[in-house]
Write a protein that binds this ligand. Structure first.
Ligand code: SME
Length: 163
């Protein structure tokens, strides 16, 4: 976290403190999406997806969790679809500077120009992700990646210590 600018560091610290007082993982995710969307004007859609592993032979699927922004038609996403599926399948953060030139992209809003998705890990295993869309092209810098990964890891740590 040492490499983030001061305002990002302050927000990262505030969210870490909120994580200590969260009543549930859902509550923590809700607080994170609210603060990110409120404070960072280029974060136009902010939301978590939770990985449903699938039972009785059903395919694993990402299920929409707490979010703020335009209603999305993508409430369930298969792991072979979208930027969201790619982040989970690769277990890596995916940054797309121009969503319209990425064939994986599933559109939520016509205004979206760029996107970042960071996986949430619990004991090294992906259990969900934090997805952020921006109306600005190439909106997400290295600082944004650090902040978004920090937020995703707060949820992962919370789940590790409470489950
Ligand atoms: N754009 C994502 C889908 C989620 S919505 O944008 C909220 C994707 O390509 O996976």
């Amino acid at each position: 976290m040492n490499f983030m600018p001061a305002n990002y560091q302050t927000l990262a610290d505030e969210l870490a403190t909120l994580a200590d007082s969260a009543e549930s993982a859902e509550h923590l995710m809700t607080m994170i999406v609210e603060r990110l969307q409120e404070l960072l004007k280029h974060y136009n859609w902010v939301g978590f997806y939770i990985l449903d592993e699938g039972v009785d032979g059903a395919e694993p699927t990402l299920v929409l969790g707490p979010y703020i922004g335009a209603e999305t038609p993508h409430k369930r996403i298969a792991l072979n679809q979208g930027i969201c599926g790619a982040a989970v399948s690769s277990a890596q953060t995916v940054v797309v500077d121009d969503v319209n030139s990425d064939p994986r992209y599933l559109a939520c809003s016509l205004e979206t120009k760029s996107e970042i998705v960071a996986p949430v890990f619990v004991n090294g295993k992906v259990v969900g992700e934090l997805d952020i869309d921006s109306h600005q092209p190439a909106a997400f810098t290295e600082d944004d990646r650090l902040l978004v990964e920090h937020c995703a890891s707060l949820v992962g740590q919370y789940l590790e210590t409470t489950s």
